[in-house]
Design a protein around this ligand. Structure first.
Ligand code: AMP
Length: 217
């Protein structure tokens, strides 16, 4: 089973993908997390992606696509995959479709998490991420039990450099020009499920699970 989570920065893709993956026993593959791990590890791929990510623009397809497609095929024996943050433009979506078709597979559903722009900005400005396991927190709505320390693994929390006001503005712009056309692409393919992303994490997560179950998944 292949499910894509689509949404603007701050819509809760990562949080919801982690929630739903755990409940439905699926593998969570997050393109941004993979890139951040490459940066932390000081790899060549990480160095190629870093300057783009800091500015809030998309990293080049030539860097992101082979990395994600490789992880998908490594994970193919698993019961299913949630793709979070990939694809992010039409070229990536078409390449993904072709790669899956070649293996006799296809995307099952695309969960589009819909959140107002005002809420997006509020969420991103208070976001903190675990440096080690990437678990997301929010200083007001979901703070860690111990300040600046991850509840799950105890590592330090940090503010992503691309959550700065300038980078957030750019990321929202990039989303509307490059990624939002995918809503139409998957809608035409009859695969789109639009979910109201406002509410607490469990509430939205259960909405997504109910919608997927409603589709027989
Ligand atoms: P995210 O963690 O999903 O918010 O992604 C953070 C940043 O990583 C984005 O702003 C992009 O610079 C880069 N990135 C993540 N996924 C992709 C992708 N599919 N294509 C290109 N760049 C990506």
């Amino acid at each position: 089973m292949y499910i894509i989570f689509l949404g603007a920065p701050g819509a809760g893709k990562g949080t919801q993908a982690a929630y739903v993956a755990q409940k439905l026993n699926l593998l969570h593959l997050a393109a941004g997390d993979l890139l951040r791990q490459e940066i932390e590890g000081g790899t060549e791929l990480g160095m190629k992606a870093e300057s783009y990510m800091e500015k809030g623009v998309l990293a080049p397809d030539s860097v992101v696509m082979p990395m994600v497609l490789q992880r998908i095929s490594d994970a193919e024996a698993e019961s299913g995959i949630i793709l979070d943050g990939f694809p992010r433009n039409l070229k990536q979506a078409e390449t993904l479709d072709q790669a899956l078709t070649q293996r006799g597979k296809a995307i099952d559903k695309v969960v589009h998490i819909n959140v107002s722009e005002e809420e997006l900005v509020k969420r991103l400005s208070g976001r903190r991420i675990c440096r080690s396991c990437q678990m997301p927190y929010h200083v007001v709505s979901s703070p860690p039990q111990v300040q600046d320390s991850c509840d799950r693994c105890g590592s330090e929390l940090y503010r992503r450099p691309d959550d700065s006001v300038e980078a957030v503005k750019k990321r929202l712009e990039v989303y509307s020009t490059e990624t939002a056309p995918l809503i139409d692409y998957y809608s035409r393919a009859g695969k789109l499920l639009t979910i109201d992303g406002e509410g607490d994490v469990g509430e939205v997560g259960e909405r997504i699970i109910a919608a997927l179950h409603g589709e027989g998944l």
